[in-house]
Ligand binder design. Structure first.
Ligand code: ATP
Length: 237
């Protein structure tokens, strides 16, 4: 199972450093929560990792390979960035079929993942009729389609109902316990504290804290820890 490794990563837009010297790893079997205020650089880090933006400095790899160099990326990496990326005129099932075809994945996987995310009853409705949580479930189904070894998820609980959130938590725990690596960017601290093994906290484009959740957050809540830590880096840039 591949390790996610981000090393000395920097991303500049003109003279603005969105991300500077970011280094951390997600080992197989671990769920890493990526936290930080709005504009801290979380999404930028995930975009570079997933080959959607180029690094200005440093590297971001899966088992030593950049996303673009993976022979079958959908079998290695499952990603959820923005559930708004679904075509409104397509059904949930068609969306997944297109992805399965593009990734040379067996079409049977479409039914499997629809069932896994609880979307079988609504699979043949158009995406424009879905609630936010339903779109999010289809996005998660897409991430799971290739039966990947690594998950990279940006705000996966967005719009999920309480049952959906618990389902997601259990899924991520099982995925990691089976040896997968999970990188989970989220603002929902209770969600992170219940599922993450490790934390990486970013502020103003840099890592401001990293380590095992239990070592960082000892006698207080994750919320208290996080708000103290980020108080000095508060405010978007
Ligand atoms: N294409 C771009 N051009 C210029 N600046 C950008 C671009 N993309 C991101 N930025 C800037 O980089 C910084 C980091 O943004 P990023 O989206 O990575 O933050 P984030 O931690 O994901 O925030 P949020 O929690 O709000 O999603 C922000 O100041 C943002 O304005």
């Amino acid at each position: 199972m591949p390790t996610i490794e981000i090393s000395g990563l920097g991303k500049s837009y003109g003279r603005f450093d969105a991300v500077r010297d970011v280094t951390f790893a997600v080992e197989p079997g671990r769920v890493v929560g990526l936290l930080g205020p709005n504009g801290a650089g979380k999404t930028t880090t995930l975009h570079v990792l997933l080959g959607l933006a180029s690094a200005t400095t440093g590297t971001a790899t899966f088992g030593g390979r950049a996303y673009a160099d993976l022979a079958h990326p959908e079998r290695i990496v499952g990603a959820l960035l923005d559930a708004g990326g679904l075509h409104p005129g397509r059904t949930g099932r068609d969306h997944l079929r297109v992805l399965a075809a593009a990734g040379h994945l067996p079409v049977q996987r479409v039914d499997d993942v629809l069932a896994l995310v609880g979307m079988t009853p609504a699979a043949d409705r158009r995406v424009r009729t879905y609630s936010l949580g339903m779109r999010q479930r289809v996005g998660l189904a897409a991430a799971l389609l290739g039966d990947p070894e690594v998950l990279v998820l940006d705000e996966p609980a967005n719009g999920l109902d309480p049952a959906g959130m618990r389902w997601l938590r259990d899924l991520l725990r099982r995925f990691a316990d089976d040896g997968g690596a999970v990188l989970l960017a989220s603002h929902v601290l209770p969600e992170v504290s219940q599922v993450a093994d490790d934390l990486v906290v970013m502020g103003q484009g840099q890592v401001v804290a990293a380590g095992a959740l239990d070592d960082l957050v000892t006698d207080r809540s994750l919320e208290d820890y996080y708000l103290d830590l980020t108080a000095t880096t508060e405010g978007v840039r």
